[in-house]
Design a protein around this ligand. Structure first.
Ligand SMILES: [Zn+2]
Length: 321
């Protein structure tokens, strides 16, 4: 009987040993299907700014949904140039500003609009705050994804906060609700718990609301759409609401009107003005639907505008031990 081992048999045996050993060493750990808490914090002069994600989901799932009037071949050219994927996730972001004197929330996310909205509350807590600490809420405009988090039925989700908005904004939705518009009725209902308890205040266009916090009329997307300029120690952040909703396509193509834009001509004119101003002055910008955390700057390159998101930066605080 021969015990002669062929080269092939030896190779097969060796491969078996290696496979066995690799299974022992590289046993696959179960995947962890969760994301990090979705807040991002930075200092703006002496103010603390925290971006809070309320929702991130594949809506609208395509460029066609987001900009239905966008015609070929511009659509495919834009997609190609911006590397925007045919299907992508849409973020909804609110911004929390701690001035040291007041805790101010700009917009509230879309609680109640769909099951995926309302994550702002978990992210607010993860960021170290509680809803009852919020002193003031500034509303850029009253589309459901910006006022949804204000209330749940008759309950004020921010029980100690006063809500502020341009005087044109709620009036617009009250008129539409009076004509039977169901979306407008839902919007008015979101504001009602604050209006009814004397915790709703209006301003008229450009107004200094608090030290370092100003509203700026940006009408077009809705009747009372407002920016909020946050300033501390010569650092400025301009919170833009929804006059731009996509940071890749709309900087490339200022004529694209976002969904729900009421006055398209005003929107286009405002984008031209604001992109120019932001790129010249170099201030920070916050977009409610940009890629999270929605903070960055605008750069002008040979007549075109480009969005430059902030880089992740650790805060200059003592290390946790
Ligand atoms: Zn929106």
């Amino acid at each position: 009987m021969s015990f002669k081992i062929t080269r092939r048999a030896a190779a097969t045996a060796l491969a078996g040993v290696i496979l066995f050993a690799s299974k022992l060493v590289l046993a696959a750990a179960p995947m962890v299907p969760t994301q990090a808490p979705a807040y991002y914090r930075m200092m703006l002069g002496r103010f603390e700014v925290t971006a809070l994600l309320d929702e991130n989901s594949p809506w609208p799932s395509t460029v066609e949904d987001l900009f239905p009037k966008l015609a070929e071949p511009l659509k495919s050219a834009l997609r190609k140039r911006t590397l925007l994927q045919p299907s992508y996730d849409f973020s909804t972001i609110a911004f929390l500003v701690n001035t040291g004197q007041r805790l101010i929330l700009v917009d509230t996310g879309g609680l109640g609009s769909s099951p995926t909205y309302g994550q702002l509350f978990a992210n607010l807590r993860a960021a170290g705050y509680r809803p009852e600490q919020v002193d003031d809420i500034l509303i850029t405009h009253m589309h459901p994804d910006h006022v949804g988090g204000l209330s749940d039925g008759a309950k004020r989700m921010f029980p100690n906060a006063v809500v502020h908005a341009d005087r044109r904004e709620l009036a617009q939705w009250q008129r539409a609700a009076g004509k039977g518009n169901t979306t407008a009725k839902a919007i008015v209902a979101k504001l009602a718990p604050y209006v009814d308890s004397g915790k709703y205040q209006t301003f008229d266009g450009d107004t200094e609301l608090f030290a370092g916090v100003r509203s700026r009329a940006a009408y077009g997307h809705s009747d009372g759409h407002s920016f909020y300029a946050i300033e501390s120690e010569d650092k400025r952040l301009m919170l833009w609401g929804d006059f731009v909703v996509n940071d890749k396509l709309q900087f490339e193509q200022v004529d694209l009107d976002p969904p729900g834009e009421k006055d398209m001509a005003a929107g286009v004119a405002l984008r031209r003005t604001m992109f120019g101003e932001a790129s010249e002055q170099g201030y920070l910008v916050g977009g409610a639907h940009f890629g999270f955390p929605g903070l960055g700057r605008v750069r002008a390159i040979e007549g075109r505008f480009v969005w430059v998101p902030v880089d992740y930066a650790a805060l200059n605080l003592p290390a946790v031990k």
